[in-house]
Ligand binder design. Sequence first.
Ligand code: URA
Length: 211
Amino acid sequence: MKLTVLDHPLVDHKLTVLRSKDTPSATFRQLVSELVTLEAYEATRDLTVEDVPVDTPVAHTVGKRITDPRPMIVPILRAGLGMLDGMMTLLPTAEVGFLGMKRDERTLDIITYANRLPDDLSGRQCFLLDPMLATGGTLVAAINYLYERGARTITSLNVIAAPEGIKRLETEVSPSIDFHVVTCALDDHLNEQAYIVPGLGDAGDRLYGVV
Ligand code: URA
């Protein structure tokens, strides 16, 4: 597993405003979008490209284009939806699938309650979106899900990660999976309610209001 924690003044500034409990939902959504767009630049560094001829007004030359099959963006419902626009800004030709996952509070197993993805992801470069990498349980399940369907590489974009979640990914995701985590920040720890500290609270609630 490869881990990238962004180190950039714009990211630090936007993240600080995002964390503040006084930041209203509209500003929060806008900042998440901007942060994801900045992350996307780093997260797509290993996209595969091929040579393609192009005629400029001046000359014939050879450029690059993203190869087929198209990359697949997979927001994890509900909070991952808040990251979709920012990702599509940089990768408008990607396909989008959706995964709804939650924890069964009795068994603590991860249940997939919504799935809008092709069964066959052979050769696809997949980008999972989930703002908060807390315990890592959902992400481990999502990675396995994509891998079992043939995904070639899997990159997780998160806004904030907890060390406990990163450790879980390192121990529970098979080393044979080509897997990359990109996050704007690696915070201190999880509290007893599995909230990231200092974090930003419940990302879904802050994006969409409490339901
Ligand atoms: N999910 C959230 O929305 N916030 C956290 O701090 C942890 C998980």
